[in-house]
Write a protein of this length. Structure first.
Length: 368
């Protein structure tokens, strides 16, 4: 009795994958049995980096040959990339497994092979055309001042402004609880509440008082993201990055639209000027007078975060310190600060196995 794999079709109304009774009927009619069902809720067939898909391929090509056929509702459910489809079909055939489509009868002779490849090319073209139309519609939606469904920036909520047909048109609305924290961050950065301070001091100040960013502690990175976001003075930009790979798009492709302002533009520009004035000189790694020998090797013994090099007195003194403590403040970790000279003196000695001797950790100074 031959066995089969079933990749059920996508129910576009619920975005859920469920077994198709017709597919099961046709499989049983062939005298096959279903060995396993793989489900992929909402996964794009243009991408082969799909965990369930890769698990299916791995099991199908095992040396013990757990089944003979891989059954899909249509070839487009297997892959919408013509190159990827051909690569994986050849890999399956090398393992003695044949791909079968329930709704598309494709023979294995030369004419059938040509027909299958044409179907793959058309599926890929259709998918990319659909993506282009969706992207165009999202850009037009942003030009009209509507929010495109992603998570709202800190300080804002997403609200439904109106309903057109069966679609909700959403906008950003200020979340007053979070907005007060955003104003406080800009106030500390610009000195309106005292002496201007940097991103590390701001993160430490908030974390020490138990103020969280939607359940998470503030870090230097999250504070910097807030201080550099034009959204907070009322100007947001859609389409700044490619959602498929995260690469930035040129400014000419950005779509600006107005949102409710939490601060004024003058405050934002003041914060940018102060951030630029504190920007340290950039150097390529390992070109400084003393190389960072333990980069990527040493870890904090309290929280497990990486140890990074820090300086004091204008670079006169150098230390290894917990990166989490440095970014989130002293309440994040009670790890010690270790003089750089102690570490380098110790790390010059290696054990017979070649690993670094990190005994200098016992000579750390008291916690900050």
């Amino acid at each position: 009795m031959k066995t089969a794999k079933l990749l059920p079709p996508l129910d576009r109304r619920t975005r859920m994958i469920r077994p198709d009774e017709v597919s099961y009927y046709k499989i049983e009619k062939q005298g096959w049995s279903v060995a396993e069902v793989f489900s992929e809720p909402g996964a794009s067939a243009l991408d082969d980096d799909r965990p369930i898909f890769q698990e299916m391929i791995y099991k199908a090509t095992r040396s013990d040959r757990p089944f003979d056929y891989l059954v899909v509702h249509s070839l487009s459910r297997f892959s919408r990339d013509a190159l990827h489809s051909e690569i994986y079909i050849r890999k399956l055939r090398k393992a003695g497994v044949e791909l079968v489509s329930i709704t598309q009868a494709v023979s294995s002779d030369p004419s059938g092979e040509m027909y299958r490849k044409l179907l793959n090319v058309f599926d890929e073209h259709q998918s990319r055309e659909n993506a282009k139309h969706v992207h165009r519609a999202m850009c037009e939606n942003a030009r009209k001042g509507f929010w495109n469904g992603s998570h709202a920036p800190y300080g804002y909520d997403v609200e439904v402004a109106e309903r057109r047909g069966n679609k909700d048109k959403k906008i950003l609305a200020i979340n007053e609880d979070e907005a007060s924290t955003v104003r406080h961050i800009f106030g500390m950065a610009t000195g309106s509440t005292g002496h201007p301070v940097g991103v590390k001091a701001i993160a430490s100040h908030l974390n020490e008082r138990g103020i969280l960013r939607r359940g998470r502690r503030f870090s230097t990175g999250s504070i910097h993201d807030i201080l550099t976001a034009t959204t907070y003075y009322g100007r947001h930009y859609f389409n700044r990055t490619d959602s498929r790979n995260g690469t930035p798009r040129p400014p000419s492709q950005w779509v600006p639209f107005d949102v409710p302002a939490i601060i004024d533009e003058e405050t934002f520009n003041t914060a940018q000027a102060l951030l630029r004035s504190r920007n340290p000189k950039r150097m390529p790694p390992r070109v400084a007078n003393g190389p960072t020998l333990l980069a990527g090797l040493a870890r904090c013994g309290h929280c497990g975060a990486a140890l990074i090099q820090n300086t004091g007195k204008g670079g006169r003194y150098r230390y290894y310190t917990c990166s989490r403590k440095l970014k989130e403040g002293p309440t994040a970790c009670r790890g010690c600060v270790c003089p750089w000279t102690s570490w380098t003196a110790s790390s010059s000695g290696r054990s017979p196995s070649g690993s670094l001797n990190l005994s200098a950790s016992r000579r750390c100074s008291s916690p900050m």
